[in-house]
Design a protein around this ligand. Structure first.
Ligand code: SOE
Length: 380
């Protein structure tokens, strides 16, 4: 008999949909001790909150997130709102004893993230940050291959996250769909929004980043603010590139931009080791490219692994070999792992504490770009 776990979702945008979809699907595919119940959705506009509740099957809706926290029936608070409100909601939820799933990046900056970690750890509540790409099976398989030592010593980690949706100067900053362009709501631009994904995955694959040297650019300096109606200075980074050193001695190279015409969400990484290399591309997310120098030379070459077999991460839960899954499934896996670990009393990665480390790297990247100098990262 599965135990019900009542979910209070705060935020009904794009991420609210990905998480809701995961709650709806998870028990159909994973055998879990818990069953999420869509209890309440919270959003700023009442008609939209109601429409969201109707569409996804939430039992109720509210426009006041404090009501979600105060509701004794809620077990899990899911935070899918702009970055500047994560801290207040997460800390209140922790103090009320709720389990928390928070969208990435954890906070506006490392200082705020550290405060959140302290509160959440003091409260002793289960916590998870939604760096979903770790749970794309091909990305999880990459981690397995690295941990098995197949690559040998790692020399290079290269990652890009390229988009093109803010090239027009007419795109406003602030407001519902474009808060990611408003530094007050987002904390930073591509560094916190996109590179944070790459950094989370990279440190999971390859260990801590030790030092960074970065440059950023804001190509469009002023934009109309959707809330004030005024043209205001843009405070976010439109593009960011950084090189880094990992603690294991390998070198990293990261790039992210929203000005790469033709690319919508091209997240790629390549890892080069002594014996083998791995490459992955979000646009072809069910494939992992692998090259192994130990193969006989006459058959040696990049192979494209179709990550659909039942012995590959998560794939025994889905269809039959050869039939692939997609982006939304990474969120289903995230919820499945969280619920499984919840029953065992085990943490699920990346926890708030691990997401703080990613935040510290983001801070160092932005600070390095500002100073034009290398920046060391201290995780203490
Ligand atoms: C930005 O466009 C965005 O939606 C990010 O906020 C997500 O985290 C990323 O997965 C896709 O792009």
């Amino acid at each position: 008999m599965r135990k019900k776990i009542n979910v209070g979702l705060i935020g009904y945008g794009f991420m609210g949909r990905t998480h809701s979809n995961a709650y709806c699907k998870v028990n159909h595919f994973f055998d879990l001790p818990y069953e999420p119940v869509l209890h309440v959705v919270c959003g700023l506009e009442e008609d939209k909150a109601k429409a969201f509740a109707d569409q996804w099957g939430y039992r109720s809706y509210t426009t006041d997130w404090r009501k979600v926290i105060e509701d004794d029936e809620i077990d899990l608070v899911d935070i899918c709102v702009p970055n500047n409100v994560h801290a207040e909601i997460a800390m209140a939820a922790a103090k009320a004893g709720k389990a928390i799933l928070c969208e990435k990046p954890l906070a506006l900056n490392g200082k705020q993230a550290r405060e959140m970690v302290e509160v959440v750890e003091k409260a002793g509540v289960p916590n998870l940050v939604s760096f979903n790409y770790r749970r794309v099976p091909a990305v999880t398989l990459a981690k397995q291959l690295i941990d098995e030592g197949r690559l040998g010593r790692i020399f290079h980690y290269r990652a890009n996250f390229l988009q093109d949706w803010t090239i027009s100067a007419q795109v406003p900053q602030g407001g519902m769909a474009t808060w990611r362009l408003d530094v007050k709501a987002a904390g930073s631009g591509v560094t916190g929004d996109l590179l944070a994904h790459c950094i989370d995955t990279a440190m999971w694959h390859n260990g801590h980043i030790k030092s960074v040297c970065a440059m950023t650019e804001t190509f469009v300096k002023e934009r109309m603010h959707a809330e004030t109606g005024k043209v205001e200075k843009v405070g976010i980074d439109d593009a960011c590139m950084f090189m880094c050193r990992f603690e294991n001695g390998s070198l990293g190279n990261f790039e992210s931009t929203r000005y790469a015409r033709g690319h919508k969400a091209l997240y790629t990484f390549e890892i080069n080791g002594e014996h083998a290399s791995i490459a992955w591309d979000l646009h072809d997310l069910h494939r992992l490219s692998y090259f192994d120098h130990r193969d006989d030379s006459i058959v040696r070459g990049w192979r494209s692994i179709h990550v659909t077999d039942a012995d590959m991460p998560y794939m025994d839960k889905w269809w039959v070999p050869g039939l692939q899954i997609g982006y939304e499934h990474s969120f289903v896996h995230q919820i499945a792992d969280f619920l499984e670990n919840l029953a065992k009393g085990k943490p699920t990665s990346p926890t708030f504490s691990e997401a703080l480390e990613t935040q510290l790297v983001c801070d160092a990247v932005l600070s390095s770009a500002k100073k034009g100098a290398w920046e060391e990262i201290s995780y203490r």
